[in-house]
Design a protein around this ligand. Structure first.
Ligand code: GCB
Length: 604
């Protein structure tokens, strides 16, 4: 009878849907679950599928082979062929590739387990299990019950666990699978390392019974002396609730009431606002409260728009002096995640004289975006719709759209973020145009206050190889035309830059989202010898002269701040598994080209 009851619980638990995403977990009451977790490497997924290849978590009687049960033998005759308690430990957050030598190239399933006791701060409170990111697919279980599945390696997700968490002996089990998939986002083919694992923070977030789930607070689109946005409550008793918004420095103390669905929109007149900008990244302390919950955030207010060929920040023209960044740990490699990693990366960005970064090619961790807010660095955020994914596959679209929704939900209150990018170097076709256009429409609905772009490709103009243009129907959809170009690297030598001219016919601002060349730090030769610092330096000098002739140029983000790991880069002695287009080496040394770009930005 007891057994039957357990199985029944299990089956119903399988239907738990993923909850709406909490935002600003950094400023809520939380308990970190970072630290050592037990793990089991399971390349055959034998802890997930039975010998008929049926998932255990879909069985009414999974038996002791199912890893999510954390089973232990009841007596000496009992057969259990795994055991978390005696398995090795791994650090969370962190990728497994750089923590364990034997997992360096591993792509597949590993199971993670964490045991913990938990005392709620208040009995009626609700508890959520929140993951900042797991690459790529996570099946999550608590105390033997399935909470749900999340797909996509770079965005947060959470599950409510109020009814399941106990005071003693809880165990979370996560099946992490970083297998690359043809239908995935990204797909099989990328120029970066497929770091697997629970790569970012894990925490338990505790909120009141009726809590503030989400909010959006921005400068009003029409009027720069008003703030506008919405607040969304979650709970059983959220209709007609009093919500208070206070920003003491702006003398704002406004009370609004929620609708039946627990939503409240607002517009607030605000005297003298110090607008957020790279020169003055001013953040206001904003408090949103109900009689049951309170969230505090640090929010900057600024406007961003385009007018003809210009980008206007707070109604003033701006040139985006940028650089691309991969989420690669400075000095040592591996997936970056910590506040310290973010500090180092953005310190280099500042030293280079940038006011802007392109966070390529997927949503980076929240630490770096929050730090960009504080340091006054404008941000382009992107989802891993990269190269050729399955444009006609509805599931692929839903996956991309979900990743986009999650990053917009997370970062929509960050003043630094000015551009949402839909894709990188995707080949124009009818199916691809429909896919990206739908994504752009969704983004504008979620966030009408920011600009939309995508890193496009350039082509010959009128059949002339020395004249280049942007001939992509998606250029009509975006607010800013961005494109990558590698004249002088994949396309001739740097000398070629002298011969190229550009005809861009769209009346929009243009950003060159990538250009660059590989150089091995410390390898010196003449400026036409590949892989030398001199070649890279020469390429930048010639490229900058070439692109300065583009009348609509309003920003650049060369490729890339620092060398990053890529399994596509196999030249021995030079690449050794690293893309060497960094201005800074994998060991943190500045190459000659760093100073070329710095100089260019000083004079710009
Ligand atoms: C590109 C891609 C980027 C690559 C880079 C390269 O165009 O967008 O992901 O890493 O070129 O180094 O080839």
């Amino acid at each position: 009878m007891k057994k039957f009851f357990i199985y029944l619980l299990l089956v119903t638990a399988n239907t738990f849907a993923q909850e709406n995403l909490l935002i600003n977990v950094y400023n809520r009451t939380f308990t970190s679950l970072n630290g050592e977790w037990n793990y089991i490497v399971d390349p055959y997924e034998s802890g997930y599928y039975n010998y008929r290849y049926e998932p255990y978590d879909k069985q009414s009687n999974p038996g002791k082979g199912a890893y999510f049960l954390n089973a232990k033998p009841d007596n000496k005759t009992d057969l259990v062929e795994y055991g978390f308690d005696k398995s090795s430990v791994i650090n969370v957050p962190g990728d497994w590739n750089t923590q364990k030598e034997n997992l360096f190239y591993y792509e597949g399933t590993a199971w993670y387990k964490k045991s913990f006791d938990y005392q709620k701060k208040k009995n009626t409170n609700r508890v959520f299990l929140y993951f900042d990111a797991v690459n790529y697919k996570a099946e999550v279980y608590l105390n033997g019950k399935k909470l749900g599945t999340h797909t996509g390696g770079f965005t947060p997700f959470n599950f409510e666990i109020t009814g399941l968490i106990k005071e003693k002996e809880n165990f979370i089990i996560v099946k992490v699978d970083n297998k690359r998939l043809k239908e995935g986002v990204p797909t099989l083919n990328t120029d970066w390392w497929n770091y697997g694992g629970i790569t970012r923070d894990v925490r338990l977030v505790e909120v009141g019974e009726n809590y503030i789930e989400d909010y959006f607070i921005q400068l009003d689109l029409q009027s720069k002396d008003k703030l506008a946005g919405y607040i969304k409550l979650n709970g059983q008793n959220i209709s007609g609730k009093q919500i208070r918004i206070t920003i003491p420095e702006l003398k704002i103390d406004q009370t609004i009431f929620s609708s039946e669905e627990g939503k409240a929109s607002f517009e607030i007149k605000a005297g003298e606002i110090k607008y957020w900008s790279p020169e003055n990244p001013y953040l206001y302390s904003v408090t949103i409260s109900t009689n049951e919950d309170e969230v505090i955030d640090q929010v900057g207010f600024r406007s961003i728009k385009t007018e003809g060929q210009n980008i206007l920040l707070n109604d003033k023209e701006i040139f985006l002096k940028g650089i691309c960044i991969h989420e690669e740990k400075p000095f040592v490699g591996g997936r970056a995640y910590s506040p310290g990693d973010a500090e180092q990366l953005l310190k280099w960005v500042k030293e280079l004289g940038c006011n802007y970064v392109r966070l390529a090619h997927y949503p980076h961790n929240e630490n770096i975006v929050r730090l960009a807010d504080k340091m006054g660095i404008l941000v382009w955020e992107e989802i891993p719709v990269y190269w050729t994914i399955q444009w006609e596959n509805e599931e692929t679209y839903n996956n991309a759209a979900n990743q986009l929704r999650e990053v917009v939900t997370r970062d929509k209150n960050r003043a630094s973020v000015i551009i949402w990018s839909m894709a990188n170097e995707t080949p124009a076709s009818n199916a691809r145009n429909i896919f990206l256009t739908k994504l752009a429409e969704q983004t504008r609905k979620l966030d009408p206050t920011r600009l939309i772009s995508a890193a496009l490709e350039q082509t010959n103009y009128g059949g002339n190889p020395n004249t280049r243009t942007i001939n992509d129907p998606f250029a009509d959809v975006v607010d800013i035309i961005s494109f990558n170009q590698y004249i002088g690297w994949y396309d001739g030598t740097p000398e070629k830059c002298k011969e190229i001219s550009w005809i861009i016919t769209q009346n929009k601002p243009v950003i060159i989202s990538e250009f660059g060349a590989d150089a091995k730090y410390g390898f010196h030769a003449d400026s036409l010898t590949r892989w030398s610092e001199e070649y890279q330096e020469y390429l930048y000098t010639e490229t900058l002269k070439m692109i300065d002739k583009l009348p609509q140029l309003r920003g650049i983000s060369p490729w890339i701040l620092a060398d990053f790991r890529s399994p596509r880069r196999n030249l021995p002695g030079i690449q050794d598994g690293w893309n060497r287009k960094g201005l800074i080496s994998s060991g943190g040394e500045k190459k000659k080209v760093f100073f070329v770009l710095k100089k260019y930005y000083e004079l710009k």
